[in-house]
Design a binder for this molecule. Sequence first.
Ligand SMILES: Cc1ncc(COP(=O)(O)O)c(C=O)c1O
Length: 338
Amino acid sequence: MENINWKEFGFGYTKTDYNVRCHYRDGKWGELEVSSSDQINVHIASTGLHYGQQAFEGLKAFKGPDGKVRVFRIDENGKRLQSSSHGIMMAEMPLDLFREAVIKAIKLNERWIPPYESGASLYIRPVLFGNGAQVGVKASEEYTFVVFVMPVGPYFKEGFKPTDYVIYREYDRAAPQGTGIYKVGGNYAASLRGGSRAHAEGFSAVLFLDAKEKKYIDECGPANFFGIKDNTYVTPKSNTILPSITNKSLCQIAEDLGMNVERRPITVEELSDFSEAGACGTAAVISPIRKIVDADNNIEYKYGEEAGERSFKLYETLRGIQYGIVEDKHNWNTIIEF
Ligand SMILES: Cc1ncc(COP(=O)(O)O)c(C=O)c1O
């Protein structure tokens, strides 16, 4: 609009015009409500506050060169929120209601959707938490859902540049049979110490290993890991990582591009077999990896100063689909009608 300076946005909170809310009480979901306040009422004895009954999602909407606004794989985020809710015993939100809430939040904040030329996008953050009074450790009977949106800048301001990751064996983000596959706040709290040490030591994020044996690659802070070996895209199969929607999409694109795809356990030693490696997620699509430092063993796995050819092709294809430049063969986008 008018005087929004699209260049000033990084990945941070910006108050936009409206957010959409929905409450679950007496065993059912209510009507969607619209608010212009960025504050909510939280019960002092809510399970969200005390017992970590909380989950969230993250997705994006993109304005293409054709002026159309596309949201990427909205139903996948809706399904993942249902899975997280199931995992920590919260009320599950019906997919249609999730979809309606997300689309409503986008439409109400139309003026905040960055133009194509800015390279920015609209980040959408749905959050759900137990908001009923409960002092004993038990699932809440009441839930609050909110979806808010904000413009976020292009992830790569200086181009598609590889960065460094680090392995520290003293931190785990999730237990072997725990909540690692759910997008719940507790996993992120558990990752903060390792993550902030990694930043202080000049790394983008921690490359977490499986918590049980410390033998296999799990994921890269808030992103999944992949490596490229010859013409094969290899990504961890693990029950302690978040099922990334970006990774799932990249696996499909890799196949579409004639690559092989392997989803299987990856040992730490195998890091030396890859010619390219990357972290993938909604924030950056792909963040190429320059090197991985195994800090406990003083070993470095190096992938080069420039992003590899295959990572770049995968990145360009997925971004192209999101902006409506590359054919959306698998019907991943929802076009928002204003
Ligand atoms: C722990 C974790 N892993 C992976 C991802 C990437 O998932 P997605 O591609 O769905 O954004 C995220 C971000 O959402 C995350 O927080």
